[in-house]
Every structure is written in structure tokens, then in C-alpha cells.
Design a protein. Structure first.
Length: 226
């Protein structure tokens, strides 16, 4: 397998080296940036080669939020935000902007590697054929979603959440079950994160957003409605 490329963006050289050393042991190729401006330049030059970005929030010249916004305008590459704050509102803000995962400093390098591997595994594993759900077509191989033939842009987490809902069509799914299956074992956040993602997905689906039904006291259900 060709080595996957990860862009590590952090203004602390010791932090970059720590992350690089652990990821390199797993066979990943690492690109480094010491600030937001350098990160954008490297991403622009290597956009088609970068498989995932580890992005620090607090940096000189251009902070992580600004970098995230600009990258999301042109790419849905998986992004894990690194932050020293770890406050709930910060996490919800990040997910609104299109963050795929959130890790608060200080963190265990082994847990970081596990999360990186989990995200990359999910982006690689699906090779099913394109399926149609009432005008919503999903191509797991290309990880693309179209509504009435027009492609919509979803973050990795939004895509995975929508895919999980349609894979369980007509089944009421609790928030806990969604967290366990979409956010995986290592997420300990608030279930309101799901509500925030559902809101964004519905908006992007337009009229077909009604297919995602809120089940009061339970969670959500995907059901194609005429």
C-alpha cells in the first residue's frame, strides 16, 4: 500500500516531532507546518496527496479556525483539530465549521494514532456500488453525495452520519447508538453534537432533508417520504 500523507500543523516544534515520530512508526509520511499561512501553502501544493490534517487551533499569523475555513472551501479532507482548551462550545463550533474529530491537549500519542487510523480506515474501506435513496445518491467509493444529480459537499463526519442513517433506513436510532457507531468508542462528547450535524445535513439536502425524521425521546430515523 502506498504510504498515506498526513499534514501536521502546530507552532510547537516539539509537538510536531512527537506526533511525527509516532505516526512515522506506523508508516505514514508526514508534512509539517509551523503556522497557518505555511499550512495553507503546503496544502495548496500537495492537495491531491494529503490524506488527513492534524491542525492546532492557537497559532501565530493564522489560527486553526481560519485555516479550517479556507480548506473547507476547496476540500473535504479529514481534519482533526488539536486544542488546549477542550471546552464544549469550542468543540461544537469546530464541528459546525467541518471538523471531523477533536483532540484536547495534553493527549496520549497512542490515542492520537488510534484516532488517525480509525478515520483513515473509514475513508478507505467502503467500496459498495452507488445507491439511490429517493433522489439522494451515495457513492461510497468516491465518498460523494448527490441530490437530484447535483453533488453536495459534506464533511467526513457528516457523510458518515448520513451513510449510517441510510444504511439503517426506516430504523429509529438512538443518539447513543449513533455516537457509538459514527463517532466510535473514543468519543465522550455531548449528544447535542449529533443534533448540530443533523441540522447541517438537512440544510444541505434541501427539500429532501425531511427524510431525516426526529424521533422524540429517541433519536433519528431516515425514511424516504413522497
Amino acid at each position: 500500500m502506498v504510504s498515506e500523507n498526513i499534514l501536521v500543523v502546530d507552532d510547537e516544534s516539539r509537538m510536531r516531532k512527537l506526533i511525527k515520530d509516532f505516526l512515522a512508526q506506523k508508516g505514514y509520511s508526514i508534512l509539517e507546518a509551523a503556522d497557518g499561512e505555511e499550512a495553507l501553502q503546503i496544502f495548496e501544493e500537495n492537495q491531491n496527496k494529503i490524506n488527513l490534517i492534524l491542525l492546532d487551533v492557537m497559532m501565530p499569523k493564522l489560527d486553526g479556525w481560519s485555516v479550517l475555513r479556507q480548506i473547507r472551501q476547496i476540500s473535504q479532507v479529514p481534519i482533526i483539530m488539536l486544542t488546549a482548551r477542550g471546552e464544549e462550545q469550542d468543540e461544537l463550533f469546530g464541528f459546525e465549521l467541518g471538523v471531523d474529530e477533536y483532540i484536547s491537549k495534553p493527549f496520549s500519542p497512542k490515542i492520537l494514532v488510534a484516532r488517525v487510523e480509525a478515520i483513515l480506515k473509514r475513508t478507505r474501506k467502503e467500496t459498495d456500488k452507488v445507491k439511490d435513496y429517493g433522489g439522494i445518491t451515495i457513492d461510497p467509493e468516491g465518498r460523494t453525495v448527490k441530490v437530484d444529480g447535483k453533488q453536495i459537499e459534506l464533511s467526513l463526519r457528516e457523510y458518515e452520519l448520513l451513510k449510517y442513517l441510510v444504511d439503517n433506513e426506516n430504523i429509529a436510532l438512538s443518539r447513543d447508538k449513533i455516537l457509538n457507531n459514527v463517532w466510535n468508542y473514543d468519543y465522550y462528547g455531548d449528544s447535542r453534537t449529533i443534533d448540530s450535524h443533523i441540522k447541517k445535513i438537512r440544510h444541505k439536502l434541501g427539500k429532501k432533508g425531511k427524510y431525516i425524521e426526529t424521533m422524540r425521546g429517541v433519536g433519528y430515523k431516515f425514511e424516504v417520504k413522497q
